[in-house]
Design a protein around this ligand. Structure first.
Ligand code: F6P
Length: 346
């Protein structure tokens, strides 16, 4: 392919490893293929409003271990406005950008799939999310880092739980899927893990804690995903506002559990919400390597004009899959994985 201009953007929640993808896109794109790289700012806002920076090998030096994204991000939805797709096309034409690499999760890649499928724009996706819930790939970068951070937090909370005979509730991220809760809970030796895929009965949770205490243990750790919900009619919960993609702002289930567990068991309970700490800071080595491999594969796909695809981890290999696969649904925790974790409950 002759030398062209390739745009890159990062959309949705930030995620450890985004800068590693950008670095790989730049290094492979410029050094190996002779292309120019345009960095669109703030997710889809960049190509909609023409906000961009030219990025170079020099300007991306030192970003491999940095969390967040040097291109910044937003939850802008290009389909929220009628002229969104046409504005993106106009920006690409004006800047003579021949390919756009969109790094993001379900919303960013969902928009990318539509921009390619319905508007024939030359788009390639790169899957990211700490939630690890994207279809089409076996794993996303950012997840390993989030699990590492959450596990360390659970280890540290054990200290206070043991010293004060308390139930410590740890609320982790995971809007639709409980991967972070499941893996950090298993790694941290949680006594109960609650995930969105399995509406819980608060009575069962309290029974498990009481069973543990009746067997001579005097503290418990409960790990709950932010998107976990009680079975209908068993316990009240509240949610906040919505973003441009219609997702509720979550957070609060930990506090509700703290109250309910203490009321029902008479054991002192305390909740900790890990929140954005799970997305912050340096990526693990695993995430840096996965992100780098995906960035390299994305530029190679652009070089071959393979639009409407994303590189994905399949087993141990990186393969190109249709963007529509990522947009088709979410990858949630299988029943058998949760049942395996239940062995250690209570
Ligand atoms: O999608 C990733 C995620 O981290 C979710 O787990 C969480 O619900 C959401 O992002 C939080 O987004 P924001 O940073 O916009 O509050």
């Amino acid at each position: 392919m002759p030398s062209v201009r390739i745009g890159v953007l990062t959309g949705g929640g930030d995620c450890p490893g985004l800068n590693a993808v950008i670095r790989a896109v730049v290094r492979r794109g410029i050094d190996d293929h002779g292309h120019e790289i345009v960095g669109f700012l703030d997710g889809w806002r960049g190509p909609i409003e023409g906000a961009y920076d030219d990025i170079s090998v020099e300007s991306t030096r030192g970003i491999l271990p940095r969390g967040g994204t040097i291109l910044r991000s937003s939850r802008t939805n290009p389909f929220k406005r009628d002229d969104g797709p046409e504005l993106i096309r106009a920006t690409l034409d004006k800047l003579e950008v021949d390919a756009l690499i969109a790094i993001g999760g379900e919303d960013t890649l969902g928009a990318a799939a539509r921009l390619y499928g319905e508007h024939d724009l030359p788009i390639i996706g790169v899957p990211k999310t700490i939630d690890n819930d994207l279809a089409g790939t076996d794993m996303t970068f950012g997840f390993d880092t989030a699990v590492q951070i959450a596990t360390e937090a659970i280890d540290r909370l054990h200290t206070t739980a043991e010293s004060h005979n308390r139930v410590m509730i740890v609320e982790v991220m995971g809007r639709h899927a409980g991967w972070i809760a499941l893996h950090s809970g298993l790694a941290g030796g949680a006594d109960v893990i609650l995930i969105p895929e399995r509406p819980f009965d608060i009575e069962d949770v309290c029974r498990l804690i009481q069973r543990r205490h009746s067997r001579g243990r005097y503290f418990s750790i409960v790990v709950v995903a932010e998107g976990a919900v009680p079975q209908e009619g068993t316990m009240e919960i509240v949610t906040g506002g919505e973003d441009e993609f219609g997702h509720a702002r979550l957070g609060g289930i930990g506090q509700r559990l703290e109250h309910e567990i203490e009321q029902r068991t008479a054991i002192e309970s305390r909740a900790t919400v890990l929140g954005h700490i799970q997305r912050g800071g340096t990526p693990t080595a695993f995430d840096r390597v996965l992100a780098t491999r995906l960035g390299l594969a994305a530029v190679d796909a652009a070089n071959e004009a393979r639009w409407g695809v994303m590189p994905a981890l399949r087993g141990t290999r990186i393969e190109l899959v249709a963007l529509s696969e990522a947009a088709a649904g979410l990858r949630t925790v299988p029943v058998e994985d949760y049942e395996a974790a239940q062995t250690f409950f209570g």
